[in-house]
Structure formats: structure tokens, C-alpha cells
Design a protein around this ligand. Structure first.
Ligand SMILES: Cc1cc2nc3c(=O)[nH]c(=O)nc-3n(C[C@H](O)[C@H](O)[C@H](O)COP(=O)(O)O)c2cc1C
Length: 188
């Protein structure tokens, strides 16, 4: 399988990155191809709420008017078989970079043609509370809500606290190893 990893932290050596990389290690070990992206290093602007009614061409055309790295990253998701999102918990919620990206993704996926390659795509969400350790569960809820709204099939959510990072790294590596089983799992 082709897997896309999207990380909401700038640091490639921080706790969130380590959590995402543990999944990637397991996935690569199982023979999957993985591309990693660190959102704060990319140019992805916030939604401009283009028109007075709050919408824009996202609603009619399933595209965003802003010319930045958003469209290429969406294409990357479309061409992958599986997506993993690793997010640093900020204020018990999504980081600004992941929120900004998913805010725009949920808008374009209101148009059926734009859901191609996203609807039903298996996704795992990892939320890393690397400070006091609170808020990982709440952040996982936010992640589930927005990923589902975009159309992903959320196959797992892994809350991580600084205090249990070492244990969760093992679990995440195993999750990556079993990515194909997760993808094949049926809801019925
Ligand atoms: C604005 C902000 C809010 C944060 N809120 C929380 C929080 O609610 N709970 C928590 O455990 N850590 C919190 N942290 C710490 C982060 O989860 C994270 O561990 C830290 O920024 C290190 O980033 P890294 O994952 O890239 O190593 C916060 C950090 C920032 C910058």
C-alpha cells in the first residue's frame, strides 16, 4: 500500500514526530511505501471564507481558490491508500496547522466529485499530549469528528500522553505493521 503521513508539528524529532514515525516504521517494515509531510513547514493558509455567506468555490466546485500547498497535499492523500495524521495536542485540541488543513479539506469534500480518493479512505489519528499530558482524548474526539466529516474511514485513534509515550510507540509501530488489516476491516 501507499501511505501518507501528515504531521502537525514542526519538529521532526519531537514527541509527535516520534509517534508518527513509530507508525511509519511499522508500515515500512510491512512493505508499505510511506511519504511524510510536516504541515508547519508547508505553505497552507487558513480558509478565507471568500463570500459573504461564508462559502466560496469550495461549495460549488470542490476546490479552494488559494494557491498554496493545499491542493498538492490533497492530491497526495488521493493517491495514497491509507492516511495517518499525527497531531500535537494544543489546548486539548488540534494544532493550528492540522486544523487549518482539515478545515479546508472538509469544505471541498462537500462536492461529490472532490470526495474521490478521500471518501472511505482508511485513516488513523494520533494525538500527542506532550506537556502536562492532558487533552489527548479530547483531541482524539476532534480528530474523529473532522476526519469523518471529510469522509475518511477512521480505523483507529491513538491518544498519547508524554507519560506513556514509550509504551504507545510500541503500539503505534504495531499499528503500522497491521495497517493493511486495519484498511481491510469491515464495519458491518
Ligand atoms: C499552544 C500549546 C498548547 C499546548 N497544550 C497542551 C495540552 O493541552 N496538553 C498537553 O499535554 N500538552 C500541551 N502542549 C504541549 C504539546 O502537546 C507538545 O508536546 C509540545 O508542543 C512539544 O511538541 P512536539 O510534539 O513537536 O515535541 C501545548 C503546546 C503548545 C505550544
Amino acid at each position: 500500500m501507499k501511505i501518507i503521513s501528515i504531521v502537525g508539528s514542526r519538529s521532526e524529532k519531537g514527541q509527535t514526530a516520534r509517534a508518527g514515525q513509530a507508525f511509519v516504521k511499522g508500515a515500512r517494515g510491512a512493505g508499505h511505501e510511506v511519504k511524510e509531510h510536516y504541515l508547519p513547514k508547508m505553505h497552507i493558509e487558513r480558509c478565507r471564507q471568500c463570500e459573504n455567506n461564508g462559502w466560496g468555490i469550495c461549495r460549488s466546485e470542490g476546490k479552494c481558490i488559494i494557491e498554496d500547498d493545499f491542493a498538492a497535499l490533497v492530491d497526495g492523500i488521493r493517491s495514497a491508500d491509507f492516511a495517518v495524521f499525527a497531531n500535537p495536542v494544543y489546548f486539548g485540541d488540534l494544532s493550528e496547522s492540522l486544523k487549518t488543513f482539515l478545515d479546508r479539506l472538509r469544505r471541498i469534500t462537500r462536492v461529490e466529485a472532490a470526495t474521490k480518493g478521500i471518501a472511505g479512505k482508511p485513516a488513523v489519528g494520533i494525538s500527542v499530549a506532550g506537556g502536562g499530558g492532558g487533552g489527548a482524548a479530547l483531541c482524539s474526539l476532534s480528530m474523529e469528528k473532522v476526519l469523518s466529516t471529510c469522509g475518511f474511514k477512521v480505523v483507529d485513534l491513538v491518544p498519547v500522553r508524554r507519560q506513556n509515550l514509550a509504551v504507545k510507540l510500541d503500539i503505534l509501530e504495531m499499528t503500522g505493521t497491521h495497517a493493511a488489516d486495519y484498511a481491510a476491516s469491515k464495519d458491518e
